[in-house]
Design a protein around this ligand. Structure first.
Ligand SMILES: Nc1nc2c(ncn2[C@@H]2O[C@H](COP(=O)(O)OP(=O)(O)OP(=O)(O)O)[C@@H](O)[C@H]2O)c(=O)[nH]1
Ligand SMILES: [Mg+2]
Length: 428
């Protein structure tokens, strides 16, 4: 039996740089990875040094003819430009090269569309895709018809994206309403969490840094983690037990990437903002990646763009099992603390838990008290300002163990302290 696999479209990657050829090379390598993730193949690269991409054709006319020749020689199915193209650039390139013209944004949107699982994720991706398309419909229709239904044509859940201008705008309106609804729900859950005073640490970082692997190692969450870009789209939260009844919430989020399309940032704002309402940022870095420094810069830039700043940051230099010994003592100057870990081998995770315990308890005092029933109303305050780790109703009162702000602790001075030994006794 002969198995026929669907043919992969082959693309020439096109990049422009102004001064720093190294950063462009890094960006093109990443673009090749993105194209591969989206199910295409890289057939070659063409680069040009320019102060700004050419406003009409992205690259200059000389390069354009070089690109035309290379398209002919390689028989590639299209080109992918490393920056987001304007509608005019896309139309002009398509007309002059007679081939499918895609850009970095389309590829990232396509990957997101394939990954979207939850209804919120699907709405967000489709909205971002349609916003991108709304101003490029004519050019895209011609360009994509050359690829026969591959990259760039798929919406979430393999659904074909709308191409009729009037319907696109209608659908955008509909999706915005749906998204508002989902957002309201998310707000509610968040408020609930704040009311319960759960300490939240948000795991953020560049795509493929190991965020989901870390959440899995710490909590056994069973989140999909894979050696591919954007494995995670939907935020997942899990409780992490830190001993003595103290638990905090860890939230895994979508990864960042250089030149993350603004349509995605807008559409994913509420998902990405999970980090905004956290008490602490855990910044996971792939320490074994040669480009880790620029990846870290991208993460901080994206956090700023999302209005997330001024929170304590712990940078986790992950994948220490792959790092050479002389590279181990790196410190992130933007973070409050830097810690080397390996989410795979478990190295450094106990130290991380100790740091998390200290952070979660900062400014809080551990109390173990027997509250008489006549003063039971104070439990409401304890619950709202602190975290109760144990609550037991006995004949002589309510026995509680809790972490509470010092100001509240002094208000409990009149009630008897109960040591852990007494608690044990009480149990007997
Ligand atoms: N060797 C090694 N590999 C790791 C480590 N942590 C994660 N990985 C691998 O790195 C790859 C990416 O891991 P994920 O946890 O999916 O990364 P992520 O940051 O969640 O990625 P996205 O969801 O795509 O943003 C997987 O193949 C993991 O097995 C580590 O400590 N050591
Ligand atoms: Mg992930």
């Amino acid at each position: 039996m002969i198995e026929t696999k669907p043919k992969k479209d082959r693309f020439l990657l096109v990049g422009v740089h102004n001064a720093d050829p190294e950063s462009m090379e890094r960006s093109l390598k990443e673009l090749a990875q993105l194209v591969d993730t989206a199910g295409g193949l890289c057939a070659g690269t063409v680069t040009q040094s320019l102060d700004h991409p050419h406003p009409a054709t992205y690259i200059g006319s000389g390069k354009l003819s070089e690109l035309r020749d290379l398209l002919y020689e390689t028989g590639a199915d299209g080109i992918v430009c490393d920056d987001e193209l304007s509608p005019a650039q896309m139309e002009n390139l398509e007309a002059q090269l007679n081939t499918a013209v895609l850009d970095r944004t389309m590829i990232i949107l396509d990957i997101f569309a394939a990954r979207a699982k939850s209804s919120e994720g699907k709405i967000q991706v489709e909205l971002a895709q349609l916003r991108y398309r709304a101003i490029r419909l004519a050019g895209m229709r011609r360009s994509l018809s050359r690829l026969g239904g591959g990259i760039g044509t798929r919406g979430p859940g393999e659904k074909k994206l709308e191409i009729d201008r009037r319907l696109v705008h209608q659908r955008i309106g509909q999706l915005k309403t749906e998204l508002e609804e989902v957002k309201r729900h998310r707000e509610l859950t968040r408020k609930q969490r704040i009311r319960n005073h759960v300490f939240v640490a948000a795991i953020v970082g560049y795509t493929n840094a190991g965020k989901s692997t870390l959440l899995n190692s710490l909590t056994g969450a069973g989140v999909f983690a894979e050696n591919r870009l954007f494995a995670t789209l939907d935020p997942t939260s899990r409780m992490l037990e830190l001993g003595l009844g103290l638990s905090i919430m860890l939230t895994d989020t979508v990864g960042f990437i250089n030149k993350l399309p603004h349509q995605l940032i807008d559409a994913f704002r509420s998902t990405l903002e999970e980090a905004k309402y956290s008490d602490l940022i855990l910044h996971v870095v792939d320490a074994s990646n040669p480009y880790r420094d620029s990846q870290m810069d991208t993460v901080y830039k994206t956090l700023r763009e999302l209005g997330i700043g001024g929170k304590p940051v712990i940078t986790l230099m992950n994948k220490q099992d792959l790092v050479y010994a002389d590279d181990l003592f790196f410190r992130d100057p933007n973070a409050d603390q830097t810690l080397g870990i390996s989410a795979c081998t478990g190295q450094g995770l106990d130290a991380l838990k100790a740091i998390l315990s200290v952070s979660a308890r900062k400014g809080k005092t551990a109390v173990q008290k027997l509250i008489p029933y006549r003063a039971a109303s104070i439990l409401g305050q304890i619950r709202s300002q602190g975290q109760i780790t144990r609550e037991e109703y006995r004949d002589d009162g309510i026995l509680i163990s809790a972490f509470i702000p010092a100001s509240l602790a002094s208000g409990l001075d009149d009630f008897p302290d109960i040591g852990s030994a007494d608690i044990q006794k009480g149990e007997l």
